[in-house]
Ligand binder design. Sequence first.
Ligand code: FES
Length: 317
Amino acid sequence: MTAQYDVVVKNRHVEGANIAVIAFESATATPLPNIAAGAHIDVHLPNGMIRQYSLCQDPNQHGIFRLGVLKDPASRGGSVSAFDDIQVGQQLQVSEPRNLFPLVQAEHTVLIGGGIGITPLITMAYQLANECASFELHYCGSSPEQCAFVDEIKNGLLAEFTQFHFKSEGASHRQFFESAIQYIKPESHIYTCGPVGFMDWVINLAQTQHFPENQIHKEYFQVEVETSGDAFEIVAERSGKIIMVNAEETILQALAKAGIEIEMSCEQGVCGTCMCDVIEGEPDHRDVYFTDEEKASNEQILVCCSRSKSARLVLDI
Ligand code: FES
């Protein structure tokens, strides 16, 4: 079970068009743990939802968790509550940091962030700068006025390592990278985070330059996953229960109705929390968490979003 912390909002201010920069500190005598670059926390929002946010700070800053929250009125309500309802002094619960996007040692590291996807890369950049490692940070966005952390980067430790690519200033990151990619040393590791289309473009570009999969690192967030499809049956091996998953419900919802609770968090196929082992049957993977090889192996499934290609799926639950 993931450890939880009671925290209080120490600072909150708005940067860019609609990004709240929020810092939590412990609300109890238990100090917050140190963080690693790439880590995120689950935030129990005032409206009851749980959402993941990347930690965005110098990892040497102890005792706080800092996030950048983009308000997206088109989302399912998580980001609006996080932006509007989390104010200074508010107490809430967050999980311990978890890291699905760790930095690996490399001769050179290239960090490419789009919009609010810059947040985990800022933490990575601080860590690399602290270690005097070789790296570069690329911040792609619409304009400096729309984006957060621009002044902090320009006026601090990261300034000399950072290149901004703002559309409003006529800088096309596509043109830049399509030319620059050939000069990136082949042993470099590339990290990207941002909107799905942006990341797919970065990954594709790196692949066309023959960067191996283990040198391309990515973290998706806020993906819209299609969770509907034909009905099928789940067999919960440990209890022997047989549960029907209807066309418009997820496996997670069907299991909950049958009294089987699976730990979950993002409900978007992003975090991996709801992972279950598959004993028999062929999953229809809808997540962005597993690699293509992991999906092809069909050994595990994320039950918050994925479905079944076979009429029956036997799970080790
Ligand atoms: Fe996050 Fe399912 S709950 S992947």
